[in-house]
Design a protein. Structure first.
Lengths: 445, 371
């Protein structure tokens, strides 16, 4: 049994009128060892890992996503701050390491405020600078590509800085067991690191891509805290190098395929089997997506296995093919559902007005009066919005949620009573997500 | 004050917000307080009126409580008895929302955002666009025009069809050139004008950056006299003279980005974006259109052509397509037909009228696209 007496330094905490003095409760000790030193040693040698529990129900999440997306549409987008907050509250509280849920306590008003501040800042850049670049590109290069590229490159560091700040906000508003998470400031250092790493990756034609993955993850992780405990990414980038194999395979396959297409050997084949050729190209594109997803999942898993939080070890059992299947089935189901909806609405619309069919198929201008025209416009708008809502919601349902759940469920950590973890003071990050929101850089949730 | 009889001894998990330790705590209601007695610790008193429920949880059975304000301490009540006990005493206060702390700041930033966007879109960008349109070298403008022309041909060609073809019949082109030479006499144009006729039924004509003027075949067929076509041509030359197309392209480049910023990624966003841009476009263009109309009327009068031909043509268009009702007119980039017709009819007729094209030449022009 350990005895500890602590005096609360933070006596500003409301609700307690006395300084806190607690005696730590003995934890359920999984190892039959008595002395603390031996216990610690045993923990280091053979940590017992406890899986993280995930309790969120996909059906309930679907309803939440549907309701909030509809409200967002009705309010021309203003509700999206509430939508994101509610989705995050649901997702965070679904994750229950040791049976205690994570908590998200971001406030929608904060997000709105941050967004407005960002608009003030960015509208100048996007309006005026874009215009100038457009002008310059036609003046100097007689084409618009230079302008677009320069504009894009100019804003890229801002993207990375914004993403870092957004993560800072996200984690700064997350807590577990009452203890806050936190991320150190460093958005511009992050942007610099990203630029440098991308430069190296492109220079080495992708060979140093795993290094970039590792370095950027390490940058983020080593600045992340839970209470007074710091996360650390140990290990080396070489440990994820082997996960690049699917990508190398795809590179070879694509090279061979491209050579085959361009060399003229394929001309006869393509002519005779056009559909097959298109399918092959689609197959290669899908395989590329799968290869990248597999690489990322494997890399995340390996890196998770080497993350520590003070004395806590983490381990991940994430399976890449599971994630790939989510994307695959998600896309298929999405297309089928959208297809069904479009078919139904088109059928109803044309049923009401058969002349439309003539217009759609033969291009003959239909003879419609004003009211019919307005009705048509109405149906068109409705279909457009309905499709969008469905797309957004179904993506959450079939892809975002299952992926999030899989990563959470396959995570394990070495449990303890966490009595030694102390609270960290709240950070002033109220506006931190604003630019990411404005540039629409947020993650899916 | 343990004088009140206890209903039952219930328990919950207590996190004091100082360390990560979870302690089992006994829960009681005493008077106006929720009493939390962590195992081996000192008791905590939460005023009932300040007890709040953490909302939005995935597990609906979870009943997590906090104290109003910023305290990170949490009470997790999983036993049904505990939930019932606490809920019974605090249900009036559980769902109370904290008032937003800084409405002043929100209003300030909201106003700031609206102001900055408005200044950018309605002031800065058009100003800059006008300046830059003047500064743009002809080569650059030609390039912009050529790029836009290919886009126009592709867009109006539609889907699987090939882009719209140019109509090149020699007698037709000759008639067109003759008309052009007559109409443009006396006007200063910033650069060489290139005339194009596109093969399509649509009744339309427009000016693109760099001096490209495009007339759709449908317009030639719909017109009944060459003077009507000349009036439309003069109108488009008015746009060229004022460099409207280039200015508008630059303005769009600036505005669309800012609007995209505001509306974000949802569908209503893209739709609202298009509508907003149309609206801005329209207001801006209506001014430009009125100016182009005035230019056309002057050119017609000065070169011995009847300005009323513009009115006749508009009337015919009105018959064909129907007057756009008020609201839509706001979105259409042309001012209401009625106003334009009135203006055209009010223009002074020239002193001497000379015929523009011979019968043969007019027929050649109308058949410029061949069969």
């Amino acid at each position: 049994m350990q005895a500890a007496t602590r005096l609360s330094i933070n006596s500003r905490q409301r609700g307690t009128m006395h300084p806190i003095t607690t005696i730590a409760t003995p934890t359920k000790n999984p190892w039959p060892v008595a002395a603390p030193e031996v216990e610690a040693e045993a923990a280091a040698l053979a940590p017992v890992l406890v899986p993280v529990r995930f309790v969120g129900d996909r059906f309930h999440y679907f309803w939440l996503a549907l309701k909030t997306t509809l409200w967002t549409l009705l309010t021309l987008g203003i509700y999206r701050f509430w939508m994101k907050t509610r989705q995050r509250r649901f997702l965070w509280s679904s994750v229950q390491p040791g049976g205690y849920p994570l908590e998200y306590h971001g406030e929608p008003w904060e997000k709105l405020l941050g967004f407005l501040a960002a608009v003030c800042l960015l509208s100048f850049y996007i309006g005026v600078v874009n215009l100038i670049l457009f002008f310059a590109s036609f003046t100097l290069f007689e084409g618009d590509y230079a302008g677009y590229w320069l504009s894009f490159l100019g804003i890229l560091p801002l993207f990375w800085a914004a993403k870092y700040r957004a993560r800072r906000y996200l984690l700064g508003r997350t807590s577990w067991r009452g203890i806050r998470f936190g991320v150190e400031p460093g958005a511009w250092a992050y942007a610099r690191a990203a630029v440098w790493n991308w430069f190296l990756t492109i220079l080495t034609l992708g060979y140093l891509w795993p290094r970039m993955t590792f370095q950027m993850e390490k940058f983020r992780v080593n600045r992340t805290w839970w209470g007074d405990q710091r996360f650390e990414q140990t290990g080396d980038w070489r440990m994820i190098r082997r996960h690049m194999r699917p990508i190398w395979v795809m590179t070879v396959v694509t090279a061979v395929f491209t050579w085959w297409l361009w060399s003229g050997n394929a001309a006869m084949f393509i002519f005779r089997h056009q559909t097959l050729t298109v399918l092959m190209m689609l197959g290669i594109m899908a395989s590329w997506v799968a290869a990248v997803v597999i690489y990322r999942t494997n890399a995340l898993r390996t890196m998770a296995d080497h993350k520590t939080l003070g004395a806590v070890r983490l381990a991940s059992a994430a399976r890449p093919w599971r994630i790939v299947r989510h994307y695959l089935w998600g896309s298929v189901l999405l297309l089928i559902t959208l297809g069904i909806v479009v078919t139904i609405v088109t059928y109803i619309t044309i049923g009401a007005n058969p002349e439309l069919a003539l217009y759609l198929t033969a291009g003959a201008t239909p003879d419609l009066d004003q009211s019919e025209l307005w009705a048509l416009v109405g149906v068109g708008l409705f279909l457009y919005f309905a499709l969008f809502v469905l797309f957004a919601v179904l993506t959450q349902l079939y892809i975002t949620f299952p992926n999030f759940r899989h990563y959470a469920e396959t995570l394990s950590y070495s449990d303890s009573d966490f009595a030694g973890v102390k609270q960290r003071p709240p950070e002033d990050i109220a506006n931190a997500e604003g630019i990411a929101d404005a540039l629409d850089l947020g993650a899916a949730f | 004050m343990d004088e009140q009889p206890l209903v039952t001894e219930t328990f919950a998990d207590w996190f004091d917000g100082e360390s990560g330790l979870a302690t089992k705590a006994a829960i009681r209601i005493e008077g106006d307080y929720l009493v939390i007695l962590p195992e081996g610790g000192t008791r905590i008193l939460w005023p009932l009126a300040e007890v709040r429920q953490v909302k939005g949880l995935a597990e609906w059975d979870d009943f997590i409580l906090r104290r109003a304000g910023d305290s990170p301490a949490r009470l997790i009540a999983r036993q049904r008895q505990t939930r019932a006990l606490i809920h019974g005493a605090t249900h009036r206060y559980l769902k109370k929302r904290e008032p937003f702390k800084d409405p002043g700041r929100l209003l300030m930033f909201g106003a700031g955002a609206i102001a900055s966007v408005a200044v950018i879109i309605f002031l800065l960008v058009p100003l800059l666009a006008g300046q830059l349109a003047r500064m743009m070298p002809p080569a650059g403008e030609k390039a912009l025009g050529t790029a836009t022309l290919s886009q126009v041909r592709a867009v109006f060609g539609g889907g699987d069809e090939a882009p719209l073809q140019f109509c090149e019949s020699a007698p037709g082109r000759a008639a067109l050139q003759k008309m052009f030479a007559r109409v443009r006499k006396g006007a200063t144009l910033p650069y060489e004008v290139e005339l194009h006729v596109l093969e399509t039924d649509m009744i339309n004509a427009f000016a693109l950056p760099g001096g490209h003027v495009v007339i759709m075949e449908g317009l030639l067929t719909a017109a009944e006299t060459p003077e009507e076509v000349a009036a439309v041509l003069a109108h488009e030359l008015g746009h060229v003279a004022a460099r409207d197309p280039t200015r508008e392209a630059l303005r769009s480049a600036g505005s669309i980005g800012v609007l995209g910023l505001l509306f974000g990624d949802f569908a209503g966003g893209s739709m609202a974006l298009v509508l907003m841009n149309q609206l801005i476009n329209a207001d801006y263009s209506q001014e430009a259109e009125t100016r182009a109309d005035a230019f056309a009327l002057t050119q017609m009068t000065n070169n011995g052509l009847p300005p009323a031909a513009l009115a006749t043509f508009f009337r015919r268009i009105e018959e064909i397509s129907g007057e756009t009702p008020g609201v839509l007119a706001h979105f259409a980039s042309h001012p209401e037909m009625g106003d334009r017709i009135a203006a055209a009819e009010a223009a002074p007729a020239p002193v001497a009228l000379e015929p523009l094209l011979s019968e043969d030449e007019w027929r050649a022009l109308q058949w410029i696209c061949g069969f």
